[in-house]
Design a protein around this ligand. Structure first.
Ligand code: AMP
Length: 249
């Protein structure tokens, strides 16, 4: 069974991003970039399924600038067998990515398609759902457990009230939540091996996809600064402040 995993290059989660002075977006010049953490979980899950003998081949796909090749090499160092970069300098919104991924899925015909639940840069949480709709295939989002059984995938989902388990006929789309697994540490020998794995580069036009943005960002602003806190000497003062000053109790 072939698995396809979507990996996005995003600002590293340790970086404190700055909003551009003109409010048009976030400044990513000279900022450390890494694989979206939920996508690392997706690659790890596909790799574990391969190690169990459930998956036979893992294809990692990224859409974006040429430097996404680094992200794809990381995916291959974790366990992907080969990679596809859909290269473009254009700003990609979730619908455009979903259309590109659909075109790659049509070409590659994977049974299991794994994405992150959300990209930590745009926080959209849309691409997996849009891809499922475009492919007209079932989806199991926010997965905390994934099991493949007899042509289906059983996905345990993290929902507000607890856990929900759904069974999806393959091919299906799964999006990963934080508790699905802990991605392995990428070792140097595997980084070296990943350099030799195949990486195909396509353009959106090769896939017949128009990636022009459909949404316009009006403004990006920093969150309001938090005012400094105060230390209280004892519980009685705290209770009094909460009652009389904050008026929350
Ligand atoms: P989003 O809907 O933007 O929050 O992204 C959800 C998931 O879609 C990510 O975790 C990735 O798995 C996938 N994805 C989004 N953008 C891209 C991209 N440019 N290239 C590859 N995968 C992407």
């Amino acid at each position: 069974m072939k698995a396809l995993v979507a990996v996005k290059r995003v600002v590293d989660y340790n970086v404190k991003v700055r909003v551009k002075s003109d409010g048009t977006g976030v400044d990513i010049a000279n900022v450390k970039m890494s694989m979206n953490p939920f996508d690392e979980i997706a690659v790890e899950e596909a790799t574990r399924l391969k190690e169990k003998g459930v998956v036979s081949e893992i294809v990692a796909v990224s859409c974006g600038v040429a430097q996404c090749q680094e992200t794809l090499r990381t995916a291959m160092a974790i366990g992907a067998d080969r990679a596809i970069l859909v290269e473009t300098d254009a700003e990609l919104q979730p619908l455009a990515v979903a259309k590109l991924l659909k075109a790659v899925v049509d070409k590659e015909q994977p049974q299991l398609i794994i994405l992150g639940k959300q990209a930590i840069d745009d926080d959209c949480n849309q691409t997996g759902q849009m891809l499922a709709a475009l492919l007209d295939r079932p989806q199991g989002t926010f997965a905390s457990k994934v099991e493949v059984v007899d042509g289906a995938v059983v996905v345990t989902r993290e929902v507000d009230g607890g856990l929900e388990t759904v069974k999806l006929q393959l091919p299906a789309i799964v999006t990963t939540d934080l508790r699905l697994n802990e991605p392995r540490y990428v070792t140097l020998p595997n980084i070296m091996k990943a350099k030799k794995k195949p990486l195909e580069v396509l353009k959106p036009a090769d896939l017949g996809v128009d990636v022009s943005p459909r949404l316009k960002t009006l403004k990006v602003a920093e969150p309001p600064k938090r005012s400094a806190g105060v230390k209280v000497p004892d519980v009685a003062t705290l209770v009094s402040k909460l009652k009389n000053e904050a008026k929350v109790i």
